[in-house]
Design a binder for this molecule. Sequence first.
Ligand SMILES: Cc1ncc(COP(=O)(O)O)c(C=O)c1O
Length: 477
Amino acid sequence: MTEARSPLDLDGDTMRRLGTRVAHIVAGHLATLRDQPAYVTLSRAEAQRLIAAPAPESGAEFDSLIAALQERVFPYAAREPHPGFVAYVPSCPTFPAILGDWLATGFNFFAGVWPVAAGPNALELTVLDWFRDWLGMPEGTGGLLTSGGSNATFTAIVAARHQAVGEDAARIARLVIYTSDQAHSSVVRAGWLAGLPRTQIRLLPTDAEFRLRTDALSDAISSDRSSGLIPLAAIANAGTTNTGAVDPLRAIAGICERERMWFHVDAAYGGFAILTDRGRALLDGIDRADTVTLDPHKWLFVPFECGCLLAREPARLKEAFQIMPEYLQDVQENGERVNFADYGEQLTRYSRALKVWMSVSYFGVAALRDAIDRAIDLALFAEQLVRAEPSLEVLAPAQFGILCFRAHPVDVNDSTALDALNESVNAKINAEGRFFISSTRLHGVFSLRICILGFRTTEKEIEGVVAAVVRVATDLR
Ligand SMILES: Cc1ncc(COP(=O)(O)O)c(C=O)c1O
């Protein structure tokens, strides 16, 4: 027996000193983002040369470790919350949200079962109820916070599968899910993970505005039924990653009701736009969903990782996921407790609710709504600038903060040449590091894509990005 204090057990003063140091570094980083590049990267070989080392047998001074990280690790990354980061789907956490995350980690709450974290679990129920209320879903809707949107959609499909066919392997093999050719890859992967045959995940055609065509949905369902397959679920997009398009949610809800199918909405990208008037109008019908994927680490300004699944009938999640090992007999649900581990795949899970609660409570919903509105406006502003520039072309109008466009010099009409030019523009702008943009393909055409989500982005950055595209495209010719 030893009564000596473990060397791992730091005293209060030391912890305060180290923690303060880290808080200063993060605050300093965020406060000086405007003076930093948006994007810096290294090849794997270069990064490993800087960083790889065997685990040390003895420890080192904290300050020397921080210095090593500041010199060799932190510089070589995209700055997600940078005002010029308009690539992919940026994540721009508020500082109170970051602090909420630190608190959750510092207290190390175990948010898998109720009794050991009743306070944090009640906070998660509160946050879920805020989301439910924002989306207009009925009381009794529940769910859980997840690692991200991918996990939320996976959880939904497993629940839908379980409700439809239980464990009947022969019937699982006949299930089909329907989504659009604009769906996020996580939807396809969720279907695979849920055990559906890969060929039975239908990526249906979209209209000129990249929205799922409901006639194609109805046709596919009846054709599959007549071939003996079992239509399981329609997965509608509420803000596609490519263009921000929203599928006709209300019409799809009607089809699902008629066909007795599960209606899931992937609102990972666009869901929190419901806080704005424009978003609410576009997301009409989302309240009809059986399940909805949301991503607070996108437009609710909390740090990675934070997704959410809302389920109109949370019991369906429980039926699919609950498992009662004997070593957890002390903490089983008793009717009033909610064990979040019973609603998804994670047993050990930290309290993601803290970061959401902290940020929303610190700023209030009005400030978050304004930030979302502002991002939507900035994309519209970008569209105006692009339309005013004869050497640029809009490929998909601004929606929900996303604009797709390309350089299109008036004298170039060859599609291969245009694709090659824009590919080079994308690479060159990112290599310069001031802005970070990305690209996609729309109906096969190479498109530059900007996604404005962060609250630091202003008209100045938008003007800068558009001017950079014009300049780089001209230089490249
Ligand atoms: C529309 C959409 N759905 C799902 C996802 C996947 O979410 P996550 O990366 O949080 O797993 C994304 C990510 O960008 C997305 O844009």
